[in-house]
Design a protein around this ligand. Structure first.
Ligand code: GDP
Ligand code: MN
Length: 380
């Protein structure tokens, strides 16, 4: 789960990482009130779950309440890479002397946490990695060893930070960021920029914080930060019903049993010239309720033009899945064409059940390739 900047900063604050004082606002009037309370120059920041807000015009300085209100008016409703701004973070403006970058991620290859630090922060870190990779200092932390002061020293000296007072502050922030990363079961904790003010104070001006969904049960206060409005109606429905659902950008809705089969189905759809709109994984089961839930989620996506069921009966029997599909179609009306490919245990029985009793918008195909072709054709 990705957190908004203001939520990540709240976790930073709890972890002892210096951040600026700010207020949340959802209207221009609230932005004005926030600027009044904070006093002086403020920065009006779009809260969206995507980066590059500055470049997209989602971050603006304001001299006082009047300007804060005007900037809020401009930024609210703005579309930043498909994310519409509904919330603003109004923060006391900082003076910036230098912009650094600091992050902790999980390096799956090394099976260790990875610290990255560079004094070339503020900008796109991918750009720095491409143009001057030597400027990035990368350091793994062994999970048994945990964070040690030498890690911070290597990052700081490696990146060439010379000022002793700055070194001390950064070292403390690295340690606390690592603690936050482990403590909140994060996948990513990123500060870009980590700024140095003209007075020599180091603090986090931005936050990117991703918490492992599977660990949210340990952090009810973080789980509560989830913003249902950041998700589409069908994504919300999927979460409610416990359906594994991923939104994509094409026209064919995909239902399969098992992650591997679903991934291959996506490939086959692409192979025959189509594009998946989304996919649901039915897992091991194929009972009527599971099918109803998945179909509700899939058809909730307005981009879907046809639906492809790809079922391999291993432990699950195809006739049982076929009955599930038929029961589901009795319980709900689906206008989209549905293509079903059944193979594996009791496949013939399953296919016969479907061809005997299925509604006219249901097509049964014997192979994955033919089913994909049919689904793509029907989506046109
Ligand atoms: P991002 O574009 O989504 O990464 O948003 P950031 O929060 O990182 O802000 C982008 C840029 O806006 C920063 O790199 C700063 O240069 C600038 N910025 C953000 N907050 C302030 C502030 O308080 N004062 C000043 N002077 N600039 C700021
Ligand atoms: Mn940033």
């Amino acid at each position: 789960m990705d957190l908004y900047e203001y939520q990540g900063k709240e976790l930073f604050r709890r972890a002892g990482i210096p951040v600026s004082e700010g207020r949340l606002a959802t209207t221009p009037a609230e932005a004005r009130a926030a600027a009044e309370e904070l006093g002086g120059q403020v920065v009006v920041k779009a809260q969206v779950l995507t980066g590059g807000r500055g470049k997209a015009g989602g971050i603006k300085l304001a001299e006082g309440p009047d300007e804060a209100e005007a900037r809020a008016e401009e930024i609210l409703g703005l579309d930043i890479s498909g994310h519409v701004v509904r919330k603003l973070w109004i923060e006391k403006a900082s003076e910036i002397a230098r912009e650094y970058y600091l992050s902790v991620t999980f390096d799956r290859g090394a099976k260790e946490a990875l610290l990255i630090f560079t004094t070339q922060g503020g900008v796109d870190i991918e750009e720095v990695a491409a143009s001057s990779p030597e400027a990035l200092v990368r350091l793994h932390v062994h999970p048994f060893e945990g964070f040690q002061p030498f890690h911070a020293r290597r990052l700081i000296y490696g990146a060439g930070v010379a000022d002793p007072d700055e070194q001390k502050q950064i070292a403390a922030i690295v340690g606390r960021l690592y603690e936050a990363f482990v403590g909140f079961d994060a996948m990513l904790c990123e500060i870009n920029p980590l700024i140095v003010t003209p007075g020599g104070e180091v603090k986090a001006l931005d936050s990117k914080f991703t918490v492992d969904d599977n660990a949210l049960f340990k952090h009810p206060d973080v789980a509560e930060m989830r913003d249902p409005e950041a998700y589409s109606p069908e994504e919300r429905l999927a979460r409610e019903k416990g359906v594994t659902y991923v939104k994509l950008d094409g026209e064919v809705g995909i239902l399969g049993n098992g992650a591997g089969l679903v991934m291959s189905t996506l490939d086959v759809i692409a192979l025959v010239g189509g594009r998946p709109a989304n996919f649901c994984d039915l897992g091991g089961g194929g009972d009527a309720q599971g099918v109803v839930d998945a179909l509700e989620v899939i058809t909730g996506d307005p981009q879907v033009k046809s639906i492809l069921f790809n079922i391999f009966g291993g432990i699950t029997r195809c006739d049982v899945v076929a009955e599930g599909i038929l029961q589901a179609l009795e319980q709900m009306t689906i206008a989209h064409p549905i293509v079903v490919r059944l193979d594996g245990t009791n496949a013939e029985e399953g296919r016969r059940l479907l061809t005997d009793t299925a509604p006219p918008n249901l097509y049964v195909e014997p192979t994955m390739l033919e089913a994909a072709k049919k689904a793509v054709e029907l989506a046109k």
